[in-house]
Design a protein around this ligand. Structure first.
Ligand code: NI
Length: 179
């Protein structure tokens, strides 16, 4: 497994519309996904999208089956590999909460997201995924899938009074990551 370089905001590769995966269960795909988990875990990320490591494919991973050190108060989200995702909001209701991003290190912002969503797609073997989720799980999915359409969370911020440096906003936060 290899830790891949995570692209930072400003890199044009983060702004592309990612291509769908057309062939599942290939060695190349399994290597990509294991590298993505290794990369995400090395920085205690809550999720990672393939475009963040320069791969132009509709692949996101998220979750960990254990408490995330960057979001210690967040509910556990199951470890998930999601390809070619489609998100359907189940109501117009939104929640606003703090987000960070491995491509936007050192910063956090309050982002509105749909509270309840259904998401569908496939795992790396081509088996279908179909889940209805809410809250933090729904937020993580929306954040990661935004990376597949060239959106970084600052593009979703409505109140820039709630955007700033993590170390200033949350001086006591015990995170052993660089953002
Ligand atoms: Ni992100």
């Amino acid at each position: 497994m290899t830790i891949r370089e995570i692209l930072k905001m400003g890199d044009a590769r983060l702004l592309r519309i990612a291509q769908p995966v057309t062939t599942f269960d290939t060695d190349e795909l399994h290597v990509l996904i294991s590298d993505m988990f290794y990369t995400m875990q090395s920085v205690n990320g809550a999720g990672l999208a393939a475009p963040q490591i320069g791969i132009d494919l509709q692949v996101v991973i998220f979750g960990s089956d254990q408490i995330n050190l960057r979001y210690p108060n967040a509910p556990v989200v199951p470890r998930t590999v999601l390809l070619n995702p489609v998100i359907t909001p189940l109501s117009v209701e939104e929640d606003s909460d703090w987000e960070g991003c491995l491509s936007v290190p050192g910063l956090r912002g309050v982002v509105p997201r749909f509270s309840h969503i259904r998401y569908t797609g496939f795992d790396q073997y081509g088996d279908p995924i179909d889940r209805t989720v809410e809250g933090f799980h729904a937020r993580v999915v929306q954040h990661e899938c935004d990376h597949l359409i060239g959106k970084l969370y600052p593009m979703r911020i409505r109140d820039f009074g709630q955007f700033g440096y993590t170390e200033v906003l949350f001086p006591g936060l015990d995170v052993n990551a660089d953002d």
